[in-house]
Design a protein around this ligand. Sequence first.
Ligand SMILES: C[S@@+](CC[C@H](N)C(=O)[O-])C[C@H]1O[C@@H](n2cnc3c(N)ncnc32)[C@H](O)[C@@H]1O
Length: 240
Amino acid sequence: MKLYSELAEWWPLMSPHTEYEEEAGLYLEIIRRYHPNVKSAVEFGSGGGSNAYYLKQHFPMTLTDLSPEMLKVSRGLNPDCAHIEGDMRSLDLEKKFDLVFIHDAIMHFTDKGDLLQIMYNAKKHLNDDGILLVVPDQFKETFQTTTNHGGIDQGRRGMRYLEWTYDNDPDDNRTEAEYIYVMRDGQGQVFREFDHDESGLFSMPEWEGLLEQAGFKAMFERIDYKELEGTYFAVVAIPL
Ligand SMILES: C[S@@+](CC[C@H](N)C(=O)[O-])C[C@H]1O[C@@H](n2cnc3c(N)ncnc32)[C@H](O)[C@@H]1O
C-alpha cells in the first residue's frame, strides 16, 4: 500500500497513536491472563508503533516491520525500542521472547501457506512458556462490510481518509478495501491519493487448524472495543 511506503509520513495524521490506548489496554489484559510475567516481547508488523507505545510501558518491545518508511515513523514515537526491518514470514532475530504480538499486520496475508510460515516463525521466536497473540480484524464468522473515516490536523498539515471494506467473492479467502486520502501540507496545498488493499478472511476453525499444524493450541478471546461496532476476537496461541 502507498500508505506504508511513499505516504508513510502521513500515518500519524491518519491514525494517531492516541487512538490506540483503549485497545492496547484490552490486549494487555489478555496477555496478563495467559502470561502474567512477560519480560520481553516482539511485534511482527509493528507499523507506526502505536500499540507498542502503550505496551512498552509494561515490558520492553522489539519492533519489526517490512517497511523502512513505517519503521522510521515508529522510531519517532518509540525511540527507546529496538527496530528491525524484516518480513514476518522469514525474519530471524536469533532470540526468544515471552510474547510474539501480531496485530492488524496479519491481515495482509490471503494465503494459508503464508499464515503457516508466520506461525512457525512466531513459534521459533517464543520461549517454551511464551505466548503468541494475534489480533486479526476479521474472521469469516464476523465479517461485515464497513465504512470508516478519520484523520486529524497538526498545525497547518492535516489528513482525512475514507475506507470502504467489502467482500467481492464470499467463496474466496480475501476481502477488498478502497481508500481515499486527502492531505493538506504545511503550505496549505491540498492533494488526494487512492489506495487499494486485500485482506485475508479465514474462519475460526481454519485459524485453529493452522495454529495446531504449527504446534500451538488456539484460544479465542472476545474483545469489546467501546467505539467499534461489530464482533471482534483475538487469538491466543500457546505452544504445545
Ligand atoms: C496497520 S500497520 C500496523 C500497525 C500496528 N499494529 C500499530 O499498532 O501501530 C501494518 C503493517 O504491516 C506491515 N507488513 C505488511 N506485510 C508485512 C510482512 N510480510 N512482514 C512484516 N510486516 C509487514 C506493513 O509494512 C505495515 O507497517
